[in-house]
Design a protein. Structure first.
Length: 273
């Protein structure tokens, strides 16, 4: 399996949990700001497999034209396929176009004509400078920005384990790692984004959007656990031995239906007054 296909599989696995976590009241505020006539143009940054469009489009009135931004052709094709047949809240078919490019170099001209800009699970992969540029582009576009499912570095596992805190800290440090000269913000990204909008004089509303992974989402809990542990051990190799035992205990908890994982996120709505 290629890295791209593996990532697409991960996006599909998490889609239901993302949808259940997102703050619906922010969508209601967006609804009130949308134009009353003509097609609503919505730009989706880091569209992935199109999950944001599948979740949001039916919650907004049509007609809608979704512009999907991604750097990967296969993901763009998957997103287009996944939005085929999606309708707005009033039954109007949604139309789609794609733009392949580097989201870290976004400019206001790239968002020309947008009535709304959205993103999901994107901010933590940006650097301080990239957040600043992205926010400047969003402010320049002059429309609301709905940025959802951003990690904040808090994880709660029930039942608790003595290794929870060390593994969480190591994972968070891994999220802040430097990759090819880029130091990622990880869980610090939402606060940096709010600060950047505030400097531009733009109001930001925030809402919690936690994943709650219990017995009904065991497959996602196991996949999340594997990735969480791998990142933590990569950051702190000294945790490898204890993490192996921890993984065994946690997999047993999942199999018995007794593990609940709460992964905290935050949703941001900027520019809605």
């Amino acid at each position: 399996m290629t890295e791209e296909l593996a990532f697409a599989d991960w996006l599909r696995l998490r889609e239901e949990a993302d949808g259940a976590a997102r703050a619906v009241d922010l969508v209601e505020q967006v609804h009130r700001r949308l134009p009353g006539a003509g097609a609503t143009v919505i730009h989706d940054l880091g569209a992935g497999t199109g999950s944001m469009g599948r979740w949001l489009a039916p919650r907004l009135p049509g007609p809608q034209r979704w512009v999907l931004h991604e750097r990967d052709d296969d993901l763009l094709a998957s997103a287009v396929a996944g939005l085929t047949g999606v309708h707005a809240a009033d039954g109007t078919p949604v139309t789609v176009e794609t733009r392949r490019g580097d989201l870290t170099r976004l400019a206001p001209a790239d968002l020309d004509g947008a009535a709304l800009v959205t993103a999901s699970a994107l901010l933590d992969m940006l650097t301080v400078d990239e957040v600043e540029r992205t926010v400047a582009a969003l402010v320049g576009a002059g429309c609301p920005a709905l940025l959802m499912i951003s990690v904040v570095g808090r994880v709660r596992l029930t039942p608790a384990d003595p290794l929870d805190a060390d593994l969480t800290a190591a994972f968070n440090d891994h999220q802040r790692r430097t990759v090819a000269g880029r130091t990622l913000l990880g869980p610090d990204a939402p606060a940096a984004c709010v600060a950047a909008f505030t400097r531009h004089g733009v109001t930001v509303r925030t809402r919690p959007s936690p994943w709650v992974l219990g017995a009904d989402r065991a497959a996602l809990a196991l996949a999340w656990l594997a990735g969480w542990l791998a990142a933590a051990v990569e950051q702190r190799p000294d945790l490898a031995a204890p993490a192996a035992g921890y993984a065994h205990r946690r997999r047993a908890d999942v199999a018995a239906g007794r593990l609940t994982v709460v992964v905290d996120h935050v949703d941001l709505l900027a520019g809605c007054g």
